[in-house]
Write a new protein. Structure first.
Length: 468
């Protein structure tokens, strides 16, 4: 029997699980709701604590996923239904237990096998909208490719941004495409498939509600979240790695980082610690100082939680940077003053009030489950906690098992995690899938051996010795 796994989510966790399973010779269906794979890691500049280039780590994996013969990559797709299949179902006594899944694939309006990613279509598109990949800090056309390193390297026509498809209102992109890749008549497609195991790696989003809105986030252009600042730092970002503030494109000389924006705030945010904020804020402070050596950094924090190999040393390095000031205390208010942003806080170590007029404010927003994770949990009968994170069957002993046979969990869908922990969990989930497949194969081989032995006994000729 051919065994196949379904991986939901193609961030670093989903890709790692898919590659581990596929490299062992099994088929994998990798489903991703976005036009390209890579998840939030694709948006990062560098990774902590080594400051390695994020794309240098990620791009070889995305390319391998896109070209792997055992991986069927389905982007712009989402799982809409899951049905348990029992052995012997539909009068097929040889059927193995597994799942029948229905996947809705949304139209790209661009033929993947024809598109050469030349960009001629985008050059003639008259529509300009904010670029989601760059967190709204740059613009894109209605027909676009998410990033230069996108896999698959295929353009996508955004039907919500286009001037109109039904009826067609423009048509410039089709006229400019010399290979005939544009297809306005594409329709949503429902794909049905039988799989034997499922790995759920749906990832995370950043909290955007009262606790960060109180800091003027989404109200003032010079207040941004951590992922937006990552795009400013990235060499492939909207400014080519140059740190400028969105309002006037000037280099900010005084930057305030606010940690626990929404985290550990049961009244207006979420009560749990988001785990990675201390580390990525320290990374931001270091990288900012590399870009703007004469800049001034202030970091408001409740306390530092740096639990990982080399993490404490990394935070100490950030604190020891010239002119970097760590202030223990919460920010009470952020409000605009002309083109700048004034920050009011308190230093709880000295008991003094602090007022800073900043050029730029960066809030470390809380980590929350990705949109749609509760619906995935409902379809798979997987338990979630009060915040929507998946619950492992036993967090200490079986941290990647869901409690539902054949369903495994990995990545930030289980809770806030850094990249190394996410990748380790993904490989753990893949190992569980491979163990299940190998056990099923061994059982099948034993069954066939017994059947062959029974046949051999039945066909053995009767001895005629002594018949006279």
């Amino acid at each position: 029997m051919n065994y196949r796994a379904l991986v939901i989510g193609a961030g670093i966790s989903g890709m790692q699980a898919a590659l581990d399973i596929a490299n062992s010779g099994y088929e994998v269906m990798l489903v991703e709701k976005e036009p390209a794979i890579g998840g939030h890691m694709a948006q990062l500049s560098e990774t902590f604590p080594t400051l390695d280039c994020s794309q240098c780590i990620l791009t070889p994996r995305t390319v391998e996923v896109g070209q792997h013969p055992n991986i069927e990559l389905l982007t712009l797709s989402e799982v809409v239904d899951v049905e348990r299949i029992s052995a012997g179902q539909e009068d097929d006594e040889a059927a193995q237990e597994g799942f029948r899944v229905r996947i809705k694939r949304h139209p790209r309006y661009v033929k993947e096998d024809r598109c050469t990613a030349c960009g001629d279509c985008a050059e003639v598109c008259p529509v300009v909208v904010p670029n989601k990949f760059d967190r709204g800090l740059a613009a894109r056309r209605a027909i676009y490719i998410p990033s230069p390193q996108a896999v698959p390297a295929v353009y996508r026509l955004d039907p919500d941004a286009c001037l109109g498809l039904f009826p067609l209102a423009c048509g410039n992109c089709a006229e400019a495409c010399n290979v005939g890749a544009i297809d306005y008549d594409m329709q949503p497609e429902i794909i049905e498939a039988d799989v034997d195991a499922i790995v759920v790696a749906t990832g995370y989003e950043l909290y955007q509600d009262k606790a960060v809105a109180a800091y003027e986030y989404m109200s003032h252009p010079n207040v941004m979240d951590g992922l937006e600042f990552e795009r400013l730092l990235s060499a492939t970002g909207p400014t080519g790695g140059k740190v400028v503030r969105p309002s006037d494109r000037k280099v900010p000389k005084e930057v305030v980082f606010i940690q626990c924006a929404g985290s550990r705030n049961p009244e207006h945010g979420v009560p749990y610690c988001s785990k990675i904020c201390c580390m990525y804020t320290a990374k931001h402070a270091i990288l900012y100082k590399h870009r703007v050596p004469d800049g001034q950094v202030y970091v408001f924090y409740m306390d530092i939680r740096a639990g990982g190999k080399g993490y404490e040393e990394f935070v100490n390095r950030a604190m020891e940077e010239d002119d970097t000031v760590y202030i223990r205390g919460r920010v009470s208010k952020v409000f605009p003053t002309d083109d700048d942003v004034t920050v009011w806080g308190v230093d709880t170590l000295t008991g003094r009030k602090v007022e800073i007029t900043a050029d730029l404010v960066v809030v470390a927003s809380a980590i929350i489950p990705s949109v749609g994770s509760r619906e995935i949990a409902r379809m798979l009968d997987v338990d979630v906690d009060q915040f929507g994170f998946y619950n492992a069957d036993n967090a200490e002993m079986t941290p990647v098992e869901s409690g539902v046979p054949g369903v495994f969990l990995a990545g930030a869908g289980l809770g806030p995690q850094d990249i190394p922990e996410t990748v380790a969990q993904a490989s753990g989930a893949a190992a569980k899938v491979l163990s299940m497949f190998e056990a099923a194969r061994a059982e099948e081989r034993a069954r066939r051996a017994l059947e062959e032995e029974d046949v051999a006994v039945e066909e053995e000729p009767v001895s005629m010795v002594g018949a006279a």
